[in-house]
Each structure stands twice: as C-alpha cells, then as structure tokens.
Design a protein around this ligand. Structure first.
Ligand SMILES: [Zn+2]
Length: 582
C-alpha cells in the first residue's frame, strides 16, 4: 500500500474531499458550516436524495470535519478538514478505527446492529475525538434494528455521532427521523453539472466537446457520480477530442437532431421518408426501442414547451434543437401531440413484445405518420375563407393561445353559412360547392366530387361504374350507360344534381360508345400503381418475408389528402382540446 494506483476512476479521483468541493448542495453546506461554527454539531444526521448525489461522500466529509486535528495536530472540529492529518487520511481511505461505515442493505440484522453500535458506543473513541457510525441505506434496517438504534439515539454518549444516508426517507421511522438533523441532497442542476464536468475534463487534460458534455449531463439525471463515471468512459474512448457522436454511440442514443428530423417527417405524414430515416438510424446502430423512446421524449418535451416555453431553456439542449422545439410547439396542436404520445406508448409495448423489434418499429412509424394526416385547423379555415364569406368569429385571429385554436372553435361552434335554402349544400360539404352557379362544375369530375361530398355512396358507385361519358357541359351530361347500369340511373342523377345545385340538369342517354367509366380508368391506374408498388424495394422486402402477402390497397398522397380533409372536419366537430381552449 505504498504507491498510488496508476489509474484511478474519475468518480473516485474527483470525489469531493471538502465541503467546497461539493457541487450543487449549497444549502446543506451553509447549514453545516453554521452548526460547526456555533459548536452545535448534531448528534445524528440523515442525508437523503437519489443515488449518486453525494450522500456517503458528504458523510465522510462531515466525519473528517469532526475528527480533523489539522496539520499541526492542534485543530478542532472544522468544516474545512485539512485532508493531511492522520484522521483525515484514514477516513478518506475508509480505514479509520473510530469511523465505522456500514451498509444496512447488507447488514440488516438486529444482532449486527447491537454488536456494531450498542456495544461499541460504551467505549470511548480509540484515537479520535468522536466515534462515528456512518450507516448507508438506513431504511433497510429491520424494525427491531431501528428499535435498538433508537435506544442509543435517545441517550447518546457525547463522543458518539451518527450519520445516516438513505434513498427512501419515507421508510425511516419518524422516531428516528425526529432525532436527526436532516439534509435533502438535491439532484444537481444541469448548469452546475456541466461546470463540474468541464473542470474535471480540464484537470484530466481531456478534450471533450460541449455538446458531448451536455449529453452526459442529461443521461446522468442529476447524479454527480453517474456523470463522472460517464465522463470517464467517454474520454477513455479514444484519442483527440471526444465528440457528441462518440458519446451518443456510447450511450446508445440516436442523434437528437435526427430524432427531431424523424419526428418532423412523421408529423408531416411522410411515411417513406420516415421509414428511410428509421432504417438509417438503425443501420447506424440505434436500437429501435431507443428510437421510439426518443420520439416519445421529444413528444413530451414539445408538449411541455407548448405550455411553458421557458422549459426549452435547458443547457443540455443545443440552441438549434431548442429553436426547432419551440417552432414545433407553436405549430402542433396539443391534440396531435397527446395522440402521438399515446400511440408511441402503445408502439413501445408492441416493439418490446415483437420477435422482430425493427419490423414492429417500422409498423409503428407507418401508423404514426397518420397522426399528421389531419390538415391544420388553419388550413381548413383558409379553405373555408376562400370559398365562403367568413363568419365574424373566424375573421378575428386574436385568440390568445394560437390563432388556430380560436379558428377551430369558430368552425365548430358557428355552423358554416348555407346557401339557397333547403337545397343548398350542408355545412360539412367541401367549400368549393358552396355556390349555386353551374360554372363551378366545369368538368364531369366536379359532378362526381359533388356526389362524393354529399356522401351519396350508392349513386357514386353507380355513376363511377355505370356511365361512359360521351360529352359534358355544365347542366348537360351525355352518357352511354353500361349494360349493368340501372335503367333509372340517368333520371336519378339529374334529379339529385338539381336538388343539390338548384339548377336544372339534363342527363341524356347517347348511343355513342363514350369514354371508359371512372372505375375502369381507376382500375387501370391501380394496376399500374400496383406494378410500381410491387417493384418498390420495401414492398419487395415484405413480400420476401411473407410470400403469401398480397397488396390489397395502395393509397396515394392525393387519396390521403382527401381522406384527411374529411376526417379533420369530423374531428373539429367532436373533439375539444382543453389546452387550447384558453
Ligand atoms: Zn485533518
């Protein structure tokens, strides 16, 4: 035991030796200093806090302060232990005969407590001023062990001090607590932690980038010991500056910027891009589970800063990410964020249960892209405004939270104006229909759109499959019915169009062959699309995995936009967002 070991782990090497070294625990340090200065050192202390906040370290510093005699051997109790006298050195090395460290987690029996404490307290300290018992995880003591301890605490000899540490203060009996001076060790604030890590890195002459330190700080969640250990691993990784990428790889994290990219793609409904990004991150070593967890974390973070923008001011988050987070928080309705969160929680369960995590993650991402299918309320309002004179409440954009919120309310609470009495389109039809003029039906497609907007599915199917268009002009349609078409189809079509538009429509049966039906055109397009889709590498991969799989439905961007618009209309009618309600 002569030479110091050549290499010491940083967590031990930079373990605080004095109160001045203790970072982030200013309140406790101040109280202790005052108590020592006034010569009112408590009989027993109890320190509580999460792991790694320095409870046992603090206990040792207090023990040193109590027993330190200074470099000249003449000193008294102090909050600035010298660190060089025999007592300081022995306590620091954990071998002082009068300072007993016990771990209740491994030593819970009454017998041990009796042996170790009750019987030894009656003897004076062997060499030092005080006999000090440091009991870690004191909440683990059995009830009878606490009772034994309590007897000593009730009538403590003047030369005995107790220092307890616990992560579970609520499990410590009140009878014990009431006899202790209690300190709550706080999680170390990110700014303080970054400062600490910077100092250590400097002392080690290790180069590490600021964003790498930020990542470590975030991962350590307020524990100085964890942070120091992570720093140790990070800087031993390689030569030269340690980068954020290296730390990310070490922690198994995806690049936060890329997590935000993925989040963005999902919310824009870009399924193909999102899948590509997911597989790239996977190829770069990110775990599918971790990616989804990161997405959940981002969802939570964006939700929180939507409510409290100040929350974005976190030193562990880079300025670019902060800006992106803030703009996402402004753009995304809380409704979308909460749904995203719920779906991600579900996805995490599925990925955990799936024999192929990546496949489950891909399915989850595909599903998530539909969260964003809904156009924003602002888009809807803009469309409505283009087509109709806005009701007064829509024109006022002065809603406090966001214009979108106010506008959404206006849509649902004020029925959109209807036109032309009972035959006018209902409030929920597409905006371009909100007029009687025939020139709005410049093409046959517009007529089909009108049928669709009125959700007359039977008529729609009949028109799409049963009519070959011969000629078209607004108000006059010439068709050649297919053999399967109902004989009264043209008559019914004319009647419906007249009811909906308020204009007379002539639907004339022609002997000319006409164009293919809408359904035939679509089928041809679909089979082309099917060929295209089948050739897509992703689909190929799925088909390779599942030889019996068949493509049953292909949805294009246009389909999606259409569905999204009708979904969204239904949405604003029945769903309220309490956060945006003001
Ligand atoms: Zn000393």
């Amino acid at each position: 035991m002569s030479d110091k070991p050549a290499y010491q782990v940083l967590a031990r090497k930079y373990r605080p030796e004095t109160f001045a070294d203790l970072v982030g625990q200013d309140a406790m340090v101040r109280t202790l200093k005052n108590a020592f200065a006034a010569d009112r050192i408590a009989q027993a202390f109890i320190m509580t806090g999460i792991r790694g906040t320095g409870k046992t370290t603090t206990a040792r510093i207090i023990a040193k302060g109590m027993n330190c005699i200074g470099p000249d051997g003449q000193g008294g109790p102090t909050t600035e232990p010298c660190g060089v006298c025999e007592h300081c050195v022995a306590i620091m090395e954990g071998r002082h005969v009068d300072v007993m460290e016990m771990d209740a987690a491994s030593n819970t029996g009454v017998q041990n407590i009796r042996d170790a404490i009750i019987e030894t307290v009656s003897y004076r300290a062997v060499s030092a001023r005080y006999k000090i018992f440091i009991i870690d995880e004191v909440h683990m003591l059995s009830k009878s062990a606490f009772n034994a301890l309590l007897k000593t605490l009730e009538e403590p000899p003047a030369h005995v001090k107790f220092i307890f540490a616990t992560t579970e203060i609520r499990q410590v009996p009140v009878t014990v607590l009431s006899r202790c001076q209690r300190f709550d060790l706080r999680r170390i604030e990110p700014e303080v932690m970054i400062g600490l890590l910077t100092r250590i890195a400097k002392a080690e002459q290790a180069e590490i980038s600021a964003d790498a330190l930020a990542l470590i700080t975030r991962a350590a969640e307020g524990s100085a010991r964890d942070a120091t250990s992570l720093l140790d691993q990070a800087i031993s990784h390689g030569a030269g500056e340690t980068t954020a990428d290296q730390v990310r790889a070490m922690l198994g994290l995806a690049d936060r910027g890329r997590v935000l990219d993925l989040f963005d793609m999902i919310l824009r409904g870009e399924a193909a891009e999102a899948l590509t990004e997911l597989s790239t991150q996977y190829a770069d070593g990110a775990d599918p589970m971790a990616i989804l967890r990161d997405l959940a974390e981002v969802t939570h973070w964006v939700s929180v800063i939507k409510i409290t923008p100040d929350a974005a001011e976190d030193p562990t988050i880079g300025p670019d990410e902060r800006t992106r987070g803030l703009s996402m928080a402004r753009a995304l309705p809380m409704r979308v964020l909460t749904r995203m969160w719920q779906m991600l929680l579900k996805a995490l369960e599925e990925v955990a249960a799936s024999p192929n995590a990546m496949m489950a993650a891909e399915m989850a991402v595909i599903r998530l892209t539909h969260v964003a299918d809904l156009p924003t309320p602002e888009d809807l309002v803009r469309k409505l405004k283009d087509a109709t004179p806005p009701p007064p409440s829509v024109s006022g954009n002065g809603a406090r939270m966001a214009p979108a919120a106010g506008a959404t309310q206006a849509i649902s609470r004020t029925p959109a104006p209807t036109h032309g009495g009972p035959s006018g389109p209902s409030a929920s039809t597409a905006p371009q229909l909100a007029t009687e003029a025939l020139h709005h039906y410049a093409r046959f497609e517009d007529v089909v759109g009108l049928i669709r907007a009125h959700r007359d599915v039977k008529l729609l199917v009949e028109v799409e499959t049963g009519l070959r268009l011969v000629s078209y002009q607004p108000g006059r349609i010439e068709v050649h019915p297919t053999p399967n078409a109902a004989s009264d189809l043209t008559q019914r079509l004319g009647a419906r169009l007249q009811a909906w538009t308020g204009n007379r429509w002539a639907v004339i049966v022609s002997n000319e062959e006409g164009q293919p039906t809408i359904a035939e055109v679509r089928d041809a397009a679909a089979s082309a699309l099917q060929q295209l889709a089948t050739a897509h590498p992703l689909v190929q991969a799925v088909l390779a995995q599942f030889p019996k799989a068949r493509i049953t439905d292909i949805r294009t961007e246009a389909d999606r936009a259409q569905e999204a618009a009708s979904d969204a209309l239904a949405e604003v009618e029945d769903e309220w967002d309490p956060f945006e309600d003001g």
